[in-house]
Design a protein around this ligand. Structure first.
Ligand SMILES: [Zn+2]
Length: 335
């Protein structure tokens, strides 16, 4: 279910330009209106953080550190109830939501959890984290990406009203938890590999007969959460197919197939992608598609490994059937 995005009132809003980790200047994709107030206390801005955030993780999944600026800071408690409900029940802490013109933090979606990490001011060392990012959400395709978190008590701050002591055009550094991202990327990619394997088994007459996977099996929803990863299919996959799926998944991983991410036209995506049953819609960039070697392509907004060896071992946990839907659960382990 898609919730409507309700704009909210940011505490402060700063004009932005951004520079990536390698120091290359990137033109700002938004023109923010400077209305920052000084250390004496932030005034409530009358503008809303409506500018779309550039999701850098969709263009370069290897970015783990990135320099940009702050667009808005909002107290979590001041968000509309519907926007608050996008987040998990937060711990008893003073929470804020930050938006930035660009982000390397993956927003929860497509079955992949959000990234966590930190935001530091430039020029400060790693111990000077000014904001800890706990959850990331994208309320709607054109809405800004919301970074929920806390300002640690040891953060540099001279203003109890506004935990930030950002000044106008002050740059900040985003840094994601790389270990967590890598696990999420492995689990996500493994879901595609299992999907591709089941499609290959289903579409080949001899292996369809041997495995019992019906030819008309179709991709359904998926979850790539650690400890709770599964892919679903419409059509009944028998429990005895588990060994066949495992065998083909192992073979694909051994082949160390390359995982490519590209932007396709809607026509091409609808013609070639495996999960195109409902019609695939793109945005101004087209449709973001991930290809597992030449064995399967999927429309996808998540992060992935570069080649399948990085998955380690993909372990098929079980195959269960309910109301015409088959659920294949799995996990990843070290090779
Ligand atoms: Zn994907």
């Amino acid at each position: 279910m898609r919730r409507a995005f309700i704009p909210f009132q940011p505490l402060l809003k700063i004009a932005t330009t951004s520079i990536n980790a390698s120091g290359v200047h990137i033109p700002a994709s938004v023109s923010a209106t400077p209305c920052f107030s000084s250390k004496s206390g932030a005034r409530m801005s009358t503008s809303t953080p409506s500018e779309k955030t550039e999701a850098l993780y969709q263009k370069d999944g290897s970015l783990h550190k990135h320099t940009t600026t702050i667009s808005s800071v909002t107290r979590f408690s001041q968000l509309p109830a519907e926007t608050q409900s996008l987040f998990k029940a937060p711990p008893d802490a003073e929470l804020f939501v930050l938006t930035m013109p660009q982000t390397i933090f993956h927003a929860q979606g497509g079955g992949q959890p959000s990234d966590t990490g930190s935001i530091t001011k430039t020029g400060l060392d790693a111990s000077s984290v000014i904001f800890q990012v706990h959850q990331v959400r994208k309320p709607a395709p054109d809405a800004p990406i919301l970074h929920l978190g806390i300002f640690p008590s040891n953060a540099e701050s001279s203003d109890s009203q506004t935990p930030l002591s950002f000044s106008q055009n002050h740059t900040i550094v985003q840094e994601i938890d790389q270990e967590k991202r890598f696990l999420h990327s492995r689990l996500h990619t493994a879901g595609h590999v299992i999907g591709a394997a089941i499609n290959i088994l289903a579409k080949t007459a001899s292996s369809s007969a041997a495995s019992g996977i019906p030819a008309d099996v179709a991709d359904g929803k998926a979850s790539h959460y650690p400890g709770a990863a599964f892919v679903e299919f419409t059509g009944l996959i028998p429990g005895t197919a588990k060994a066949h799926i495992q065998e083909l998944v192992d073979k694909l991983v051994q082949e160390d197939l390359a995982v490519r991410v590209d932007f396709w036209t809607e026509a091409e995506a609808n013609a070639k992608c495996i999960s195109g049953a409902d019609g695939i819609a793109g945005d101004e960039n087209g449709v973001r598609v991930v290809e597992i070697g030449d064995r399967g392509s999927y429309p996808c907004g998540g992060t992935h490994v570069k080649t399948l060896r990085e998955l380690g071992r993909v372990v098929i946990r079980g195959v269960k059937r309910q109301k015409g839907v088959s659920k294949v659960s799995y996990e990843v382990a070290d090779a």
